[in-house]
Ligand binder design. Sequence first.
Ligand code: DX5
Ligand code: ZN
Length: 214
Amino acid sequence: MLIAPSLLSCDFSKMGEEIARMDKAGADWMHLDVMDGHFVPNLTFGAPIMKWVRPFSDKPFDVHLMISDPLRYIDDFADAGADIITFHIESDSDIDKTIDKIKSRGIKAGLVLKPKTPAEAVFPYLDRLDLVLVMTVEPGFGGQSFMADMMPKVEAIKAEINRRGLNVLIEADGGIGDATIAEVARAGVDVSVAGTAVFKAENPSQAIKRLAAY
Ligand code: DX5
Ligand code: ZN
């Protein structure tokens, strides 16, 4: 299992150092949650901040856009050094145009599904994606409880990926930690986002190692 610590749970007064700390602790990807206070009821940071912290790690920056009009900001996040950009299928942007824009910048593209969005919604786009992110909480905040009832959705997407012989990763985000990682792995998730479980751990390096063992 690849582990992507969510910076949403970091100490933002030293975000760069927190990224370096996660890099050293063995994180596979850095997960950056971008919120606009409109698509979700919370605000975080945008591309200018990301540009400042980009030099603190060479690991892939996995940018999760929880914003209403992702297409408008793809160039900004590309310029700021994103390696992977995921955006919500429920957003207002044209999905095909947004995927094209991400790919035109040489960045991996992913679609994100909120809990109420069914697996089938992503099927028309699967052939053009590098990953699918399945939310296991309602997007907006860290520290929420894992929704185990999202696992059939993961299994359905995985089955479709395999049926078509595609090379698309499945990522899960929200409430993942020691108590839930086994279920996540069993359903076929390739990349787990973990905020609270890593940042609130006494020893983040051991926490990442435990989760990555699945
Ligand atoms: C929620 C974010 C998640 C969140 C995960 O909207 O997308 O990345 O930070 O945090 P935990 O692991 O604490 O649920
Ligand atoms: Zn996220």
